[in-house]
Design a protein. Sequence first.
Length: 237
Amino acid sequence: MSEEKKKIIIAVDGPAASGKGTFAKSLAKKLDYAYLDTGSIYRAIAHEVLERGGDPENIEDVKPVLQTIKYPLPDSVLKNPDLRTSRIEKATPHIGAMKEAQEKVKTYQEAFVKNPPNNTDGAVLDGRDVGTSVFPNANVKFYITASAKERAKRRYQQQKAKNPGLTVETVLKEITLRDAHDMNRQFSPLRPADDAHTIDTTHDTPDEALEKGHKIVTSKLVDTPRKKPRKKWRFGR
């Protein structure tokens, strides 16, 4: 029996509003790979904890929800518009810093890569510790970043319709606090993997960032054709 073909794993990490989600999703589409926004799992956990009246900073309130996280979660859970509200935005970092939550989400990611939707040849996953803790042996790793001011502008554009009183200054403060929280958390802090390719999207359009990333992937994953050994002919055969 032939050995099952190993799936290609592309890890995309980076801070909030850096453009990593857009980059990862577009890259997955271009490569015809499966895509997973790992942050949506943490957001879904935070949402459910709050819906149950729990405290997202209390692991005892989080543990019962973790038991319900099994692969695959339906789109109705992972793509719930409520996951993008400021309420969930503030609760999610506390969930993401918990070791128990990280382990549960890691198990989910491993299941996703092993059995991706449509049985694709590979998967692109974005988050904050995909290339450092979850898949340290990923085939290609990216760290997508941008200046804090640029990220604040982007997040403001995303949230201003639902929050009329919001200001860029307020979002910048939240972004700065989130960065500090993610980069200094005890377990799996946000940082670029040693072998990650950093792409700064401060001045790049999504298409420009995608083009850079796609070139890197194709150069890293190109199959070098092996030369076939020449046959040695012998007389009389």
